[in-house]
Design a protein around this ligand. Structure first.
Ligand SMILES: *Cc1c(COP(=O)(O)O)cnc(C)c1O
Length: 461
């Protein structure tokens, strides 16, 4: 008799409610994809089998969170759920002041408008779409100061989200600290493949910035996932709790913008959290104009309650082990069949390397967009492009940005899919890979002005 050799982990939850999935035929998918202009963002969710488009707002809430919706205090002002959320943010993130917003970009908009002046520079560890756009709309220029390793999909650096201190320092020397309102630090850098930043690096950035009088704002959207990587990979943190690590990370920053739709296990919500009273005061003025009163910021009381409970659930190590473990499980499978993807395996997603997957396509034939379309055709699995389409155009020259990485993101919603769905996903990627030589590229036939990847349309070459 053979022995089962290892002891596996399993999802730290059981299933109480299910949502049925529609099965589609290859003909159904061909039709749906053509109607969607070969853009997976334009597919109807009903036509999708396994939806790995994003982990944003697609999380499964717990029974306790659902129960939390029922204790929503929908008073216009001073909802008790606001105070509950404020208490949890103070406890786990350690910031003093809370301004809720409808989602992350609401917080980015307010922060950018308050701090950025025309002609300013905002250094950051790789751009994020909405973050950079709000910085630019406020008159700033985003400057990428991430370490070079982040741009190399094969480099195994354990903290590819780190800031290159020399790049940061030479920018400060070149433009002057007065032209840099803050450094924009993302925790687990989405565009680099879900790669974490180390505590040591955060500490060094903090030290450099304090000397220069430059503030630091954290994009805390996936900071808890980052905390888990620090615990796993960074010396001195193995025996610290996730909560301690998160608080230490935040302690090196002046505040954060947050899309709660990621880490915090909810379907909608976000916030701006701050330590500086003056910025808080201004943010509280602005939120009333753009989001809603400062004690709800575009959210219902029940949404704030689900978020407050989500903070407690997401900071649990069991949860994070399973969340990141699921991504790792798919990654290890793909590695075993030599599929090219960004290494090390990221926290929330597998990023297929479309340049390597489809080496016969030029960048302007949109290899990542093409690969995402092909994966849907093959299996009904929805993924997303993170390459030249997402990168957009340079505001001054009007030319495309040509990012080094041309990636397809398979993003795992939290607590939604099972290990069997993961197996099906890896097998579908393998099937497309076996077919790769016959795959033709795409041509863009409609291009929106802002965040074009959401609504651009393509046709097959
Ligand atoms: C999703 C996200 C945002 C924007 O948040 P929304 O809730 O989608 O508005 C900002 N930064 C990062 C890193 C994100 O993942």
């Amino acid at each position: 008799m053979e022995k089962l050799k290892k002891r596996s982990w399993a999802e730290p939850f059981k299933i109480k409610t299910v949502e049925l999935l529609k099965m589609t035929s290859p003909e159904d998918r061909k039709k749906a994809l053509e109607e969607a202009g070969y853009n997976t963002f334009l597919l109807k969710s009903e036509d999708v089998y396994i939806d790995l488009l994003t982990d944003s707002g697609t999380n499964a809430m717990s029974d306790v969170q659902w129960a939390g919706l029922m204790v929503g205090d929908e008073a216009y002002a001073g909802s008790k759920n606001y105070y509950h959320l404020e208490e949890k943010i103070q406890k786990y993130y350690g910031y003093k002041y809370l301004v809720p917003t409808h989602q992350g970009r609401g917080a980015e908009h307010i922060l950018s408008q308050i701090l950025i002046k025309q002609g300013d520079y905002i250094p950051g560890n790789m751009y994020f779409t909405t973050t950079r756009l709000h910085q630019e709309l406020a008159g700033g220029k985003f400057m990428d100061v991430i370490i070079d390793e982040a741009h190399d999909p094969e480099n195994l650096h354990p903290f590819k989200g780190n800031i290159d201190l020399q790049k940061l320092e030479s920018l400060v020397n070149k433009v002057g600290a007065k032209k840099i309102p803050y450094v924009s630090v993302a925790a687990t850098v989405n565009m680099a493949g879900g790669q974490p930043i180390s505590m040591e690096n955060l500490r060094q950035v903090h030290s450099l910035c304090s000397k220069q009088g430059i503030k630091i704002f954290l994009d805390a959207t996936r900071a808890m996932e980052n905390a888990y990587f620090i615990k796993m990979r960074e010396q001195g943190y193995q025996n610290k709790s996730m909560a301690d690590i998160l608080r230490e990370m935040c302690s090196y920053t002046n505040g954060c913008t947050m899309s709660a739709k990621k880490d915090l296990l909810v379907n909608i919500g976000g916030f701006l959290a701050l330590n500086d009273y003056e910025i808080f005061e201004e943010a509280r003025n602005m939120v009333v104009v753009y989001e809603g009163l400062h004690t709800y910021g575009g959210l219902a009381g029940r949404d704030m309650e689900a978020m407050a409970i989500g903070i407690e659930e997401a900071i649990q190590e069991d949860h994070m082990r399973a969340r990141i473990g699921q991504v790792e499980y798919v990654g290890e499978k793909l590695k075993s069949i030599d599929i090219p993807f960004v290494q090390p395996i990221g926290g929330h997603a597998i990023f297929l390397d479309a340049k390597k997957f489809l080496p016969h396509l030029k960048q302007l034939e949109f290899p990542a967009q093409t690969l995402a379309a092909e994966l849907y055709l093959e299996s009904g699995i929805r993924s997303m492009e993170r390459g030249i389409v997402s990168a957009g155009r340079n505001k001054e020259t009007g030319d495309h940005y040509y990012p080094k990485l041309e990636l397809v993101r398979l993003t795992f919603p939290r607590r939604v899919y099972t290990q069997a769905h993961c197996d099906v996903t890896a097998e579908a990627v393998e099937a497309v890979y076996e077919n790769r030589n016959s795959i033709k590229g795409l041509e863009m036939i409609y291009e929106p002005k802002y965040l074009r990847f959401f609504q651009a349309r393509f046709k097959r070459l």
